[in-house]
Design a protein around this ligand. Structure first.
Ligand code: PLP
Length: 450
């Protein structure tokens, strides 16, 4: 089909046209399948072996977690709650066992009374929270995107789909946390039913306890969207939102948690169990991918054994990377607070051409990071924000420590500060990455040695 016949297209039309050309050049359907396999292989070699991945929401899984994603249970359909009377299908006795193990492992890890394993993503978890705990027209408060807020808690995401009125949580642009004094004065004026905390650009803990006390006055609750921080929380390296008074915690299992990409929800209050579980099934999730659940259970066991050591090193590496970049002349947010208490490092790259341009330049040298809004950016800056977000999950899991963060900062500074062409740095990045091909902090490979 001529692209002109289909002028409304959200995807890049050039890339779609290239795909059509590849398929047109195939003489059989099997060749078309081979084209898919080749693209997968190219990605595996490049991203899997030759890049330094600094994407903050990305984590390599252990071999066992990865292999479970291809396991036989992945072709079985199960929906509903665990137990013969709860299921529509029979034949689920071992699936019940897998799912129950997953729930009980999650409860053990997060020390909560309840956990849910069926969410395909954290985004869906947030929609489940809004479905269960709000009515259309309710007021909630959440953090705007330039301060790290995520679309799922904003008018343009699930919160908006639920028809909620969203008021901004006031943020302090220097301390990069909630302006608690302002919140104390503002919140009683709008009396939010829920306050969504937890950020995509997340450097420091948030005052959950204080805010929970403030909103309790009118029966309001804190909902902690710990998409990014889930592994840090599990590993005891961040604040503990549930113990600090949050009613419910959602998170992505594929970010710091280092499991299969999917969502997790935990909570303690028995009164929330019926509405939250009902919002998940039958409202938002039917067949919930049991292979993914098995992988999540296996990753949770890994977190029990290795979570503390892994998360501690992830944070040490992030602090080291932040300091190393700053010393090389790249401004890093939160310098006066030690740069970060998470896996993330946020550089202000406005002086180097902005986040989009910098991320693209670094990519040419196999350094993968993402553009990010930072305080001071406006919605008009959405496509070309001033920040660059980096994370240390993957490099840490490959066995790197503080020393290697200095080398990574060198690569970045050669391109941004010394203005070397990325292609000149590329070979050095590939050579540097080459010895780091094993995923540690798992039962197969243990802790990195030496
Ligand atoms: C990544 C993210 C999400 C979405 O998570 P998925 O698991 O990708 O659906 C939700 N909230 C925040 C704060 C995030 O950073």
């Amino acid at each position: 089909m001529n692209p002109a016949d289909n002028p409304i297209e959200v995807h890049d039309p050039t890339i779609l046209a290239q795909a059509r050309a590849i398929l047109d050049a195939c003489s059989t359907a099997q060749e078309m399948q081979e084209a898919v396999l080749k693209a997968v292989k190219r990605n595996e070699t490049w991203r899997g072996q030759q890049c330094i991945n600094l994407l903050a929401p990305e984590a390599p899984t252990s071999p066992i977690v990865r292999s479970l994603l291809a396991s036989e249970v992945g072709i079985r359909a199960a929906e509903g709650h665990i137990g013969a009377m709860n299921r529509w299908f029979v034949g689920t006795k071992y699936i019940d066992e897998i799912e129950a193990l997953c729930i009980e492992l999650l409860k053990r890890l997060f020390r909560t009374r309840y956990a849910d394993h069926r969410l395909m993503g954290s985004m869906l978890g947030n929609l489940a929270v809004y479905t269960a705990l709000t009515e259309p027209g309710d007021v909630i408060m959440s953090v705007a995107q330039p301060f790290g807020g995520h679309s799922s808690n904003r008018p343009d995401g699930p919160a908006g789909v639920r028809g909620l009125k969203v008021v901004d949580v006031p943020m302090d642009p220097v301390e990069l946390t909630v302006d608690l004094d302002l919140f104390r004065r503002m919140a009683p004026l709008v009396r939010p039913k829920l306050v969504a905390l937890g950020l995509s650009m997340t450097l420091f803990p948030l005052p959950v306890r204080e805010m929970a006390e403030i909103v309790a006055e009118w029966g309001g609750r804190i909902f902690f969207d710990g998409a990014h921080q889930l592994g840090l929380i599990a590993g005891g390296q961040f604040q503990d939102p549930i113990r600090e008074g949050a009613a419910v915690l959602t998170g992505s299992a594929g970010k710091t948690f280092s499991g299969p990409q999917s969502g997790v929800m935990v909570w303690d209050d028995p009164e929330l169990t019926q509405p939250l579980a009902h919002a998940i099934f039958p409202v938002l999730v039917a067949t919930h991918q049991v292979n993914r659940v098995a992988a999540l259970a296996a990753a949770t066991a890994e977190m029990l054994a290795f979570g503390r050591a892994l998360m501690a090193q992830i944070v040490r590496n992030a602090k080291a990377l932040g300091a190393a970049l700053h010393r090389r002349g790249i401004p890093v947010l939160g310098a006066h607070r030690g740069y970060t208490e998470t896996q993330q490092v946020i550089a202000d790259v406005r002086a180097f051409g902005g986040g989009l341009e910098v991320a693209r330049r670094l990519e040419r040298a196999n350094l993968i990071a993402n553009k990010n809004l930072i305080p001071g950016d406006t919605p008009a800056d959405w496509d070309r924000p001033g920040g660059l977000r980096m994370g240390t999950i993957e490099v840490t899991r490959l066995g790197m420590r503080e020393r290697e963060m200095e080398q990574i900062a060198d690569f970045i500074a050669r391109i941004l500060v010394a203005r070397e062409a990325p292609e000149q740095v590329l070979e050095d990045v590939i050579a540097f990455r080459e010895p780091y091909q094993t995923v540690y902090y798992c039962f197969e490979h243990g802790l990195p040695g030496g």
